[in-house]
Design a protein around this ligand. Structure first.
Ligand code: A3P
Length: 346
């Protein structure tokens, strides 16, 4: 299979004439099943539609059901990322920031993160909520509701776009993104009895655009364009810059969601407490990380699998300079003219 030999399917039709939730899921499942698909990546085939690659059948169906049924509110906040871009971290930061009054970050011993991982606190629409033939009752959730998604900007539920709700996007250097995916993929592949993929093999597919929710560049540019057009609705963070100054990003996040830190909170060190609470070193030691699990529609993931090294530039330990240059060249060409500079450049 090569991406050039794969035709894209027509736009997913979200016209709904199903009477029951089961019928709705069946309609979309039948539709996606007829689309062109890739070899197992990371461990299940990815289905292709004209908005990009998707992370296997059921999350694609979940995204379509969410598009048809999600009743968005203007107060909703949606975390949007490519898988392995820092989703776990931004979910933790967002949850800890929004809920800092009832769950103070400096009382870490009592914080929900001791028993729940970030993916249990902030659920994915298409991997956790719109799954298993079910349309969840989200109306009972208090404002602001926090959700997450890996879908491209153009595939966000149409009600979300129309509601004017807020979107928090995190992008990461594609080389680190793909190495993180390579490691994660091989954990799942081992569990499924599949051979591990080499970094070269996964890089080759990545460059062709074949990666979960990829092509990488379309995903990033989609959210970047939305951020440029509506900065008050779409926040755009970079993983590398978050690593350099997490506190500044927490402040920007709080302002963006309409909950800026008061002078009293600043003096009380609330921002630093949130940064510490959500730091890689703290989160990796929590019992919820060490022994917790998250149910995703593609399988159960150990919470520990969302933590590996949490560093910038680890790609250099796994990718040859030639592959790195190839990815950088694609990134430069694709970002050219967008105003978005490739990660790692000033
Ligand atoms: P590495 O594999 O490079 O270590 P996602 O959450 O989107 O699945 O991304 C996972 C990546 O984010 C992994 O990167 C993981 O280690 C890193 N990560 C998870 N929690 C983090 C945190 N609190 N701070 C920084 N990086 C974190």
């Amino acid at each position: 299979m090569s991406s050039s030999s794969v035709q894209t399917s027509p736009s997913p039709s979200h016209e709904v004439d199903a009477e029951t939730d089961e019928e709705l899921y069946k309609q979309f499942t039948d539709s996606v099943s007829s689309w062109p698909s890739s070899e197992p990546m990371p461990f299940l085939p990815l289905y292709r539609h004209d908005k990009g690659w998707y992370s296997s059948l059921m999350p694609m169906v979940g995204a379509m059901v969410a598009d048809a049924r999600f009743a968005a509110r203007p107060s909703d906040i949606i975390v949007a990322t490519l898988p392995k871009s820092g989703t776990t971290w931004i979910k933790a930061l967002l949850y800890a920031t929004v809920h800092r009054r009832e769950h103070p970050a400096d009382a870490a011993a009592d914080h929900p993160f001791n028993s729940l991982g970030p993916h249990e606190c902030v659920n994915f629409l298409e991997y956790q909520l719109y799954t298993n033939n079910r349309v969840p009752d989200l109306g009972r959730l208090p404002d602001p509701r926090l959700f997450a998604t890996h879908v491209p900007f153009t595939s966000l539920p149409s009600a979300a776009a129309a509601s004017g709700c807020k979107v928090v996007y995190v992008c990461r250097d594609p080389k680190d993104n793909l190495i993180s995916m390579w490691d994660f993929a091989n954990k799942f592949r081992a569990r499924e009895g599949q051979e591990p993929m080499s970094p070269e093999a996964i890089a080759e597919l990545f460059c062709l655009g074949v990666s979960p929710s990829g092509p990488y560049w379309d995903h990033v540019l989609g959210y970047w364009g939305a951020h440029v057009a509506r900065p008050e609705q779409v926040l755009f963070f970079r993983y590398e810059e978050m690593k350099l100054d997490a506190a500044a990003h927490v402040r920007r996040l709080a302002e963006f969601v309409g909950l800026p830190f008061s002078a009293e909170e600043e003096e009380g060190g609330v921002v630093d407490a949130i940064v510490r609470l959500c730091s890689f070193d703290h989160m990796i030691g929590l019992e919820a990380t060490k022994s917790g699990k998250t149910e995703l529609v593609v399988g159960t993931a150990a919470n520990s699998s969302f933590f590996r090294r949490g560093q910038v530039g680890d790609w250099a330990n796994h990718l040859s300079p030639e592959i790195a240059q190839r990815i950088d060249a694609i990134t430069e060409a694709r970002f050219n003219g967008s105003g978005l500079r490739p990660s790692g450049t000033k």
